[in-house]
Ligand binder design. Structure first.
Ligand code: SAM
Ligand code: DTB
Ligand code: SF4
Length: 337
């Protein structure tokens, strides 16, 4: 189907043709095609996303990742959404890099609560090599607990990515966050190309890529489509795709931005699922503010992973107790490794 026609409203038979063409992850997507997916009637979109989801995953399994901020605040970058940037007065108390024992203790707790992956986040533009030595040791010890390991430390050189890989890091999180053109509106201290370069270094090192973005920063639907296109068209689609709903933190420039509607957020999840059929799509930040029905619709749209634990990095997450109850109510079970 020529891509020009896809910008118009799709008929049911067009949707069926898309179904046939797009079940293979090898095909690439234009932003126009992805925008057209966003336009599909809601029920058709969810049905399509859930169909693709079932072809690739157990629809009742949920991957649980726990987060820990191992170095908090005082970040030199100017990301307008982030409470950890030193440029905004958010009342956050900055903390130095944690000791390895403390990190491992938190990982042990996360495992006892049922998480299968432990993600260590640091408010750095990029890590210093001496800091990376500490993180590498934490990765080794967390992995030895039988957890999958993930880290998000900012930009990495090839050597740094290789050293994390040698330490046994399973995933590296580095988000494209939004479309290339909207990126400049949100962050000025680094470029989209910087992000792509780090993703390349991570890929080369053999670490799985975790990359997604944030919805609700004042971007347009075509920016959301651009983000998904850029993720889906990476040389290898990211193995894990976090879709964050902006957590509006007072003091950040985006604190009062108009949020996207629930349906628009769910559509974004569905489009990520359709275009990256074999990737884990994570319903990420913003879950604390979502009711159970909203989360259930996100799972129906193909989300199959969540951040699990009382805290994200610096803000609250849905509680463990509530998540256990929700999984029970929906008949979902944690994925084991
Ligand atoms: N400093 C590193 C970096 O930026 O890559 C790693 C940590 S940074 C906090 C990781 C990701 O958290 C960001 O790329 C962004 O997608 C997400 N994030 C930060 N603040 C957020 C907020 N208020 N709401 C939603 N997601 C947020
Ligand atoms: C991602 O995509 N979302 C997480 C994780 N990767 C590191 C971070 C969300 C942060 C939300 C704001 C905060 O708690 O500081
Ligand atoms: Fe720093 Fe990362 Fe926050 Fe940007 S998103 S300010 S790089 S911690």
């Amino acid at each position: 189907m020529p891509s020009q026609t896809l910008s118009q409203k799709l008929t049911a038979s067009d949707v069926q043709k898309l179904d046939i063409q797009r079940v293979t992850p090898k095909l690439r997507w234009s932003a126009t095609e992805i925008e057209a997916l966003f336009d599909i009637p809601f029920n058709d979109l969810i049905f399509k996303a859930q169909t693709i989801h079932r072809e690739n995953f157990d629809q009742n399994e949920l991957q649980l990742s726990s987060l820990l901020s191992i170095k908090t605040g005082a970040c030199p970058e100017d990301c307008k959404y982030c409470p950890q940037s030193a440029r905004y007065q958010t009342g956050l108390k900055a903390e130095r890099l944690m000791r390895v024992e403390k990190i491992v203790e938190a990982a042990r707790k996360a495992k006892a609560n049922g998480a299968s992956r432990f993600c260590m986040g640091a408010a750095w533009r990029s890590p210093k090599d001496k800091d990376l030595t500490v993180v590498n040791e934490a990765v080794r010890q967390v992995k030895a607990l039988g957890l999958e390991t993930c880290a998000t430390l900012g930009m990495l050189t090839q050597e740094q990515a290789d050293s994390l890989s040698d330490a046994g890091l399973d995933y590296y999180n580095h988000n494209l966050d939004t479309s290339e053109s909207f990126y400049k509106e949100v962050i000025t201290t680094r470029t989209y190309q910087d992000r792509l370069d780090t993703l390349e270094n991570v890929r080369n090192s053999g670490i799985n890529v975790c990359s997604g973005g944030i919805v609700g920063m004042g971007e347009s639907r075509s920016d959301r489509a651009g983000l998904i296109a850029n993720l889906a068209n990476l040389p290898v689609p990211p193995q894990s795709v976090p879709i964050n709903n902006l957590v509006q933190v007072s003091g950040t420039p985006l604190a009062d931005i108009e949020p996207v509607t629930d349906f628009e957020f769910i559509r974004t999840i569905a489009v990520a699922r359709i275009t990256m059929p074999t990737s884990y799509v994570r319903l990420s930040a913003g879950r604390e503010a979502m009711n159970d029905q909203m989360q259930a619709l996100c799972f129906l749209a193909g989300a199959n992973s969540v951040f699990y634990g009382e805290e994200l990095l610096t803000t609250n997450n849905a509680s463990i107790e509530h998540d256990k109850k929700l999984m029970h109510e929906l008949g979902m079970r944690p994925e084991s490794i």
